[in-house]
Design a protein around this ligand. Structure first.
Ligand SMILES: *Cc1c(COP(=O)(O)O)cnc(C)c1O
Length: 371
């Protein structure tokens, strides 16, 4: 196939760590005619999206918006705006994405202390308590759903500890958002970011973000300019939350149409029902995979329903089997990242991809391949 041929992509069954499948309604929304990004119609669309971001984050935060770039840019938005050179930051690292946060915080000129747990385990609140002794960090950051390991990190107790220290609590909710309970206001989260291509089931490339009043105060008290022009919230704020919308950058109009529709689907289903669906399909997958000899990496009680990290049965060739799944069955599952590369699979059941027929399709294909 060359560029002279019309684009034709395969119809994959997306069961990796994201992107997940999107509903046809979402694809259809993207085909709507473009309007200008300052057209009153588009301004209304932005207002509607903001309202739906607030509903799904379960927050009343006014500074709630969508970054025109993927989840990593949401991560960077939170850290570059809250950290200044010389600030202290405590970053919890129990997988690839915590490591990415520590890297970014260091690039902001912050003095970074990491709190680490072995891959496949959660951070213990006591570790955060110990790290805070004698310190006055600006923020403590942690990943809610570590997509590289399959760990669901409990947040409430850590949030309490962070609050008592006076630090801001920053959370990565890229994979957990819209797939497992997440209550931004009730849990005292000060800055949070997510992505669109995981349990929200919209195309990749956007990042919902929200800042609490305390976090906004920290922005107002900065002594130095944010080193990123694009992500500087003092300007983005006027675009998303200002009384009068002024040009900042050209919003990805079609992607926002898709996002609007994906949110409508989430809210039609209802958050509680959506969380329950993710658990039910996780349990179905668990039965099927364990019967085939796969073992879960994470101990029960800390497993993500939307991202199943499993050790391969003895003698199974990671790359060869994943290639057959893709080429012969059109099924994508994720391989291991970092220290888990070649050793585990990451089977995603995110959003639209969290369905019994997906689980059965994977189990049937594996039975054929492994027999
Ligand atoms: C996917 C992911 C990210 C990064 O999102 P991108 O859209 O790939 O930039 C960050 N954190 C976690 C936990 C993720 O799963």
């Amino acid at each position: 196939m060359g560029y002279k041929d019309q684009l034709r992509t395969s119809r994959r069954v997306l069961m990796g760590p994201g992107p997940s499948d999107v509903h046809p309604r979402v694809l259809q929304a993207m085909a709507m005619p473009l309007v200008g990004h300052l057209d009153p119609e588009f301004v209304t669309i932005m207002d509607e999206i903001k309202e739906m971001v607030q509903l799904t984050f379960q927050t009343k935060n006014n500074l709630t918006f969508v970054v025109s770039a993927p989840g990593s840019a949401g991560m960077e938005t939170c850290l570059v705006n809250l950290l200044e050179p010389g600030d202290e930051a405590i970053i919890c690292v129990h997988g690839v994405f915590g490591g990415r946060m520590a890297d970014i915080a260091g690039r902001c000129g912050a003095t970074v202390t990491t709190v680490e747990a072995p891959w496949g385990e959660a951070i213990n609140p006591q570790q955060v308590k110990d790290a805070l002794k004698g310190k006055k960090p600006k923020l403590v950051a942690i990943v809610h759903a570590e997509t590289s390991t399959g760990v669901l990190q409990p947040l409430e107790e850590i949030s309490q500890i962070v609050k008592e220290s006076g630090a801001l609590f920053v959370v990565d909710a890229v994979t957990s958002y819209c797939g497992t309970p997440l209550k931004v206001d009730e849990w005292g989260i000060d800055a949070i970011y997510s992505g669109t291509q995981k349990c929200l089931s919209a195309p990749p490339g956007l990042s919902p973000v929200s800042f609490s009043e305390r976090a906004v105060k920290a922005l107002d008290n900065r002594k130095t300019k944010v080193q990123s022009w694009f992500l500087d919230l003092s300007m983005v704020k006027n675009y998303w939350a200002g009384a009068k919308r002024t040009y900042h950058h050209t919003a990805p109009v079609s992607a926002m149409y898709a996002l609007r529709e994906a949110y409508r689907i989430v809210l039609e289903e209802g958050l509680e029902k959506r969380y329950a669906r993710h658990i039910a399909n996780h349990q179905l997958l668990k039965r099927e995979l364990e019967a085939l000899g796969f073992e879960f990496v994470v101990k029960e009680g800390f497993r993500l329903p939307m991202l199943n990290a499993v050790k391969l049965p003895e003698g199974v060739d990671d790359a060869a089997v994943r290639a057959r799944l893709l080429n012969e069955y059109n099924i994508e599952v994720g391989g291991g990242l970092g220290q888990f590369a070649g050793k585990i699979w990451r089977v995603g059941l995110m959003g639209e991809s969290s369905q019994p027929n997906y689980v059965h399709a994977l189990a049937a294909a594996l039975k054929e391949i492994l027999k």
